[in-house]
Design a protein around this ligand. Sequence first.
Ligand SMILES: NC(=O)c1ccc[n+]([C@@H]2O[C@H](COP(=O)([O-])OP(=O)(O)OC[C@H]3O[C@@H](n4cnc5c(N)ncnc54)[C@H](O)[C@@H]3O)[C@@H](O)[C@H]2O)c1
Ligand SMILES: [Zn+2]
Ligand SMILES: [Zn+2]
Length: 362
Amino acid sequence: MAQQVKGVIAPGKNEPVRVETILVPDPGPGEAVVAIQACGVCHTDLHYKQGGINDDFPFLLGHEAAGVVEAVGEGVTDVTPGDFVILNWRAVCGKCRACRRGRPWYCFDTHNARQRMTLEDGTELSPALGIGAFAEKTLVAAGQCTKVDPAVAPEIAGLLGCGVMAGIGAAINTGQVGRGDSVAVIGCGGVGDAAIVGSRLAGAARIIAVDIDDRKLETARSMGATHTVDSRTADPVEAIRELTDGFGADVVIEAVGRPETYQQAFYARDLAGTVVLVGVPTPGMKLELPLLDVFGRGGALKSSWYGDCLPSRDFPMLIDLHQQGRIDLGAFVTETIGLGDVEKAFARMHEGDVLRSVVVFG
Ligand SMILES: NC(=O)c1ccc[n+]([C@@H]2O[C@H](COP(=O)([O-])OP(=O)(O)OC[C@H]3O[C@@H](n4cnc5c(N)ncnc54)[C@H](O)[C@@H]3O)[C@@H](O)[C@H]2O)c1
Ligand SMILES: [Zn+2]
Ligand SMILES: [Zn+2]
C-alpha cells in the first residue's frame, strides 16, 4: 500500500516550492523505497523550479541524497532493507553496446523507477533527475542505490550523489589529471571546488582557481588551490599562462557553463592540453572559435557528465578516502536545514553564500 510522506514540490514555473503530502508506492520489480536521511540543495533543483530543464511540473525536487533502503521489489538482489546507500541519477542497463564494452557510464538505456509517486489527489510527480529526495521516502530503481559504509554522516555521503562527484570526476575521470600536472578551474562553486579536490588527489602540482567572487577564491584555496585569479581584475588567460611558465595549464576545467568562460578555458590550456566542460550551458548559448585554433592547438575538448562516474566503483572509493582523511567531503557542507527551508536555501545559493545547504531528516 502506498505510504504518505512529506516532500518538497515545485508546482509550476518560478512558483515558490512548498512542502506537500506525497504518496510513495510499494516497490515493484527492480525498484526500492529509500528512507532519505539527507539531501543537498543543488543548482539543478533551482533549474527545475525555473522551468530550465523541462515543463513536466509538478516536480518532486532533490537528488543529492543518502538514506536507508526500506523495502525492495521483486528480483532486487544488489541491495537489501537496512543498507545505507547513496542515490545516483540513473540505473545502468548492463546490456547495451556501451555497457557490454565496459563503459557503463555511457549507457544508452539507463532507467529510473517505473511507477510514479503522486500527490494525494493522484497528480503524478516528476522526480528531479529520477530521484526526488527532498522527501522522507522516495521510490527509485534499485540500480540507483549504491551501498556505502554507514559510518559516514548522511549529509556528507549524499553529496557524492551529484555536484561533488561531478567535480571530482571531471578532474580524475574525464580530465585524467596526473601527478605533476598543472590544472586551472574556472568557476569555484561546489562543482569547481570538487574539481580542485579531485586534482589535488590526483597529484596535480599547480592548481589555479579562477572566480569573480573573493569568498569563492578563499574557499578554493582552503580546498587545495595553490593560486587564485580574480577574473574581474585580471585576464584569466594571461594569468594562467603566467602561473604556468608561459605555457598554459595541462588541464582546464570549466565549471560555470558559459561561452566566455569556455573560451577562456580553451585558450588558457597548454598546446595539446585538455579542456573539460562540466558547467551546464543553457539551450540558447553558442560558441564561436576559429577552427584553425581548434586544429592547431591539438589536445582534447571533452565534456563531463556526472564526472563520468561509475557509482559502484567511485562512491565507495571516495567514501574510503574521506574516512582516511585524504579528502574532506565535510568541507562542502555549509549548513544543514529542514525540509521547509529549501526556498530560503535557493536564495542563499543565488547570493553565493553557500557551497551546499543540506536538508536533514528525522
Ligand atoms: N556536468 C555535470 O554533471 C554537472 C553536475 C552538477 C552541476 N553541474 C553544473 O556545474 C556548474 C557549477 O555548479 P555549482 O553548483 O558549482 O554552481 P555555483 O553557482 O555554486 O558556482 C558557480 C561559480 O562560478 C562563478 N562564476 C560565475 N561567473 C563566472 C565567470 N564569468 N568567471 C569565473 N567564475 C564565474 C561563481 O562566482 C560561482 O562561484 C553549473 O552549471 C551546474 O549546472 C554540472
Ligand atoms: Zn547500458
Ligand atoms: Zn545536482
